[in-house]
Design a protein around this ligand. Structure first.
Ligand code: KG4
Ligand code: ZN
Length: 336
C-alpha cells in the first residue's frame, strides 16, 4: 500500500502551524510559529492581530514544513485543516491556504475538528485502542469524551462555565503573570505550598461535569481582599493551592468516569495536558488501574500544533471523509 502523506494546517488561535504526517503516526515535520510574544503585551489573544499574523506566516510555515519533511509536493496524499472551533478570522486564514494548496495540486481536502486533533495527538505516542476515555483540557474546552471507535465521540461531561485553561489564564492575570498563564502558574506551583483554602466545585456531584468559574472567582477575591487589607499574598503558595484544587477536580471526575466506563485507555488532550501537577497525579492514580493504559502526549503535542490535525486527518481520509472548496470555518463547532 502507498504511504499516506498528509499536509496539515492549524491556525485556530495564536499558533500558525503546518505539519507533514506519514501514515498517521510519523511526524516528518511540525512547524509551529507562535504569536505569544505579540499578544503578551495585551494580556491575551487579540483576534484581529492574530489573523493578520497568520496571513503573514502561513505560506512560510507551509514552505518550511515541506522542506523539513524532505518530500516532493507530488508525494502528498491530501490536505487537512482545522475547521473549528476557534477564532473565526484565524481559522479562515488556514482554511483558505489549505483550499488554495489542495486546488493548485489537485489534492483532497479534509476539515478537522480542533478538539479531535488534540485527542489524536495521543496516537503519536501509542495506537489508540477502543473503548477509551479522553480528558480534554484546553484554553476553550474541558470535557470527558468516550470513544468506542475511530472518529466517534460521545461527550459524557463538560464544563458548565469556564474552561480550565481559561481559569489558569485569568488567575495568572490577577497574579500579574504573563499570558498565557498556565505554564507560569505551573512553574510557580512547584515551589509553593497548598495553604489557601479553595473550593472543589462539583467534585462530589454524581456526574462528569465541571465548573471552574467559582474557583477562579475565589482566587480573584482572595487577592483583592488581601490588597484591601494590605496583606501580603504568596503567589507561589496561591499558584500551588489553585493547581491542587484544579488537579483534584480534573482527576476526581476522570476517575469517576473510569469507574463507570470500562475502557482500555485514558488519554489526556489539550494545552493543560502539559501541566506537571496533572501529569504527576494521573501517573500516580493510574497505578490503581492495572488494566488501564494512561497516554499523555509530549509537551510539544499538547499545545496547539498541526501534527495532531494531520494525525486525525489521516483517519478521516481513510474513512472517506472529504471536504470541498465550500469548506467554511466555525467559531463554535460540535464534536460529532
Ligand atoms: O490547547 P491549547 O494550546 O489551545 C486551545 O485550544 O485552547 O491550550 C492553551 C491553554 C492555555 O489556557 C494555557 O494557559 C494552557 O493551555 N496551558 C497550561 C500549561 N501549558 C499550557 N495550563 C496549565 N499548565 C501548563 N503547563
Ligand atoms: Zn487547542
Amino acid at each position: 500500500m502507498n504511504d499516506i502523506i498528509v499536509l496539515s494546517i492549524e491556525s485556530s488561535c495564536d499558533e500558525t502551524s503546518c505539519a507533514v504526517i506519514k501514515n498517521g503516526n510519523e511526524v516528518l515535520a511540525n512547524i509551529v510559529s507562535s504569536q505569544i510574544n505579540i499578544h503578551q503585551k495585551f494580556g491575551g489573544v487579540v483576534p484581529e492581530v492574530a489573523s493578520r499574523h497568520h496571513v503573514g506566516n502561513i505560506t512560510l510555515v507551509i514552505d518550511e514544513a515541506i522542506k523539513e519533511a524532505n518530500i516532493d509536493v507530488k508525494d502528498i496524499t491530501c490536505v487537512a485543516v482545522t475547521q473549528g472551533p476557534g477564532l473565526i478570522g484565524s481559522l479562515l486564514v488556514g482554511i483558505n491556504a489549505a483550499k488554495a494548496f489542495s486546488f493548485a495540486h489537485n489534492l483532497p481536502l479534509i476539515g478537522v475538528h480542533h478538539i479531535a486533533g488534540h485527542i489524536y495527538a495521543n496516537h503519536l505516542v501509542q495506537n489508540l485502542e477502543f473503548p477509551l476515555l479522553a480528558l480534554v483540557v484546553s484554553g476553550g474546552h474541558t470535557e470527558i469524551i468516550h470513544m468506542t471507535s475511530h472518529l466517534s465521540y460521545e461527550v459524557i461531561g463538560k464544563t458548565r462555565d469556564d474552561a480550565v485553561g481559561e481559569a489558569y489564564d485569568k488567575v495568572a492575570r490577577v497574579c500579574k503573570l504573563p499570558y498565557p498563564g498556565g505554564p507560569h502558574i505551573d512553574k510557580l506551583a512547584a515551589s509553593g505550598k497548598d495553604i489557601y483554602l479553595l473550593p472543589r466545585v462539583m467534585l462530589d456531584q454524581d456526574n462528569f461535569d465541571f465548573s471552574f468559574s467559582g474557583l477562579k472567582s475565589a482566587v480573584i477575591n482572595l487577592v483583592h481582599n488581601a490588597k484591601q487589607r494590605n496583606e501580603e499574598i504568596s503567589i507561589p503558595d496561591l499558584a500551588r493551592s489553585f493547581q491542587e484544587s484544579v488537579v483534584d477536580i480534573l482527576v476526581g471526575k476522570t476517575l469517576k468516569a473510569v469507574e463507570k466506563y470500562p475502557v482500555k485507555q485514558l488519554l489526556v488532550a489539550g494545552g493543560v495536558a502539559a501541566n506537571s501537577g496533572l501529569r504527576n497525579r494521573l501517573n500516580e492514580e493510574i497505578k490503581h488501574y492495572p488494566h488501564l493504559k494512561l497516554i499523555i502526549p509530549p509537551l510539544k503535542y499538547c499545545t496547539d500544533n498541526a501534527a495532531m490535525i494531520g494525525v486525525c486527518g489521516t483517519f478521516s481520509y481513510l474513512k472517506g471523509e472529504r471536504s470541498d472548496l465550500s469548506l467554511n470555518g466555525y467559531a463554535n463547532l460540535d464534536l460529532k
